[in-house]
Ligand binder design. Structure first.
Ligand code: G4P
Length: 336
């Protein structure tokens, strides 16, 4: 099962960002440093096209520092993009943020041309926490309830530096199944939109292969890399006393423990994707999505033919290679 979640207000948010973007110099996108690819929003990239982008890898305190460095290199290699790591323990994050924005839009600054920055991020990525720190007081409530819409607000960081919070939530259509699981594990997806056991098994599958020692030390287990995900979840449940009648392991409870421990960093500092892995997942996801779209279009076409809204095609379409094998010029078929 792939995770799909739409927190609502998407259309309004999209419209509001599209209106605001004209007067914006730099778009700051907060990413979860444990899943920088999955927590990025491709829809945001479309709406803010052409604007310099600052990718903030937030919650770096929970992420694998080696992988954070790899993701920073990946983003910094892109034109008009800069990236920096951040976490809530930094009492003065403004300095690095302001410097990076000035580097991206060097023509802005001073009272006549103040820097105008839009800050965006998927739910639970730490946006309210960062904004509160930047403001220096608790102005917006923080919490783990994903998808809560907040009003747009302007935060004055310096006399010539304004930060605009995005109104509402902009959530991408998840076409990469692995991203859905990683987002659910991170706390970005509403609680009722996923099955804890499924998400925990996916999480364990990755973590036991890449960060076995974190699991072994947390749950006092050995040889986790060689276990199946199901065996591992059961062993964790048993170790942590998540039992039900007849001494059987309560797998839902065990899954909740695993997810909670991942979110709080109790499994160690870990990152669920590298730039290379994410690129591969994305390629596969896009291919699947395109195939799904072709099927959907064919079903819709058949429906319209049934309703006689469009004429039936004269003869069935043949793929190019069939025609080519019958003596047609293959180059001609594939060149358009
Ligand atoms: P949002 O506005 O993007 O939805 O996120 P928000 O700031 O509400 O933060 C979501 C959760 O992430 C909060 O935890 C917050 O404390 C935590 N958080 C934010 N930034 C960081 C960070 O850099 N590192 C770590 N480790 N955690 C961070 P919570 O448990 O849901 O709420 P609370 O009990 O802390 O208030």
């Amino acid at each position: 099962m792939a995770i799909q979640w739409f927190p609502g207000h998407m259309h309004l948010t999209r419209k509001a960002i599209a209106e605001r973007i004209k007067d914006i110099d730099v778009v700051v996108e907060l990413l979860d440093a444990r899943l920088p690819g999955s927590s990025a929003n491709p829809m945001l990239a479309q709406i803010t096209k052409g604007k310099p982008a600052l990718k903030v890898l937030n919650k770096q305190d929970l992420a694998d520092p080696v992988r954070t460095a790899a993701w920073l290199d990946y983003f910094n290699a892109q034109s008009d993009v800069r990236a920096l790591p951040l976490d809530a323990s930094m009492s003065t994050p403004a300095k690095a943020l302001v410097a990076a924005c000035h580097a991206l839009a060097p023509n802005r600054g001073g009272m006549a041309k103040p820097m105008r920055v839009l800050i965006c991020g998927i739910p639970n990525v730490g946006k309210s926490t960062l904004i509160n720190t930047l403001k220096g007081k608790r102005a917006a409530k923080t919490g783990d309830e994903a998808g809560v819409t907040k009003l747009e607000q302007r935060i004055t960081i310096a006399d010539d530096f304004y930060l605009y919070d995005t109104p509402g939530v902009l959530w991408p259509r998840i076409i990469v199944a692995k991203s859905g699981y990683n987002l659910a594990a991170s706390g970005a997806v509403g609680r009722n939109a996923f099955d804890e056991e499924e998400v925990a098994l996916e999480l364990l599958d990755y973590v036991r292969q890449h960060y076995a020692e974190g699991l072994e030390s947390r749950y006092k287990l050995t040889g986790v890399a060689g276990q199946t995900d199901e065996e591992l979840l059961e062993a964790i449940g048993r170790k942590r006393g998540a039992l039900q009648g007849g001494g059987k392991v309560n797998l839902t409870k065990a899954a909740e423990i695993v997810i909670h421990d991942f979110r709080s960093g109790s499994l160690g500092r870990l990152t669920l994707e590298t730039p290379e892995e994410f690129a591969e997942w994305l390629r596969a996801g896009e291919k699947l999505d395109a195939e799904r779209q072709i099927k959907k279009d064919a079903i819709e076409e058949a429906r319209l033919i049934r309703l006689k809204k469009i004429p039936r095609p004269q003869k069935p379409r043949e793929p190019a290679y069939v025609k080519g094998s019958q003596g047609d010029d293959l180059d001609d078929e594939t060149s358009d």
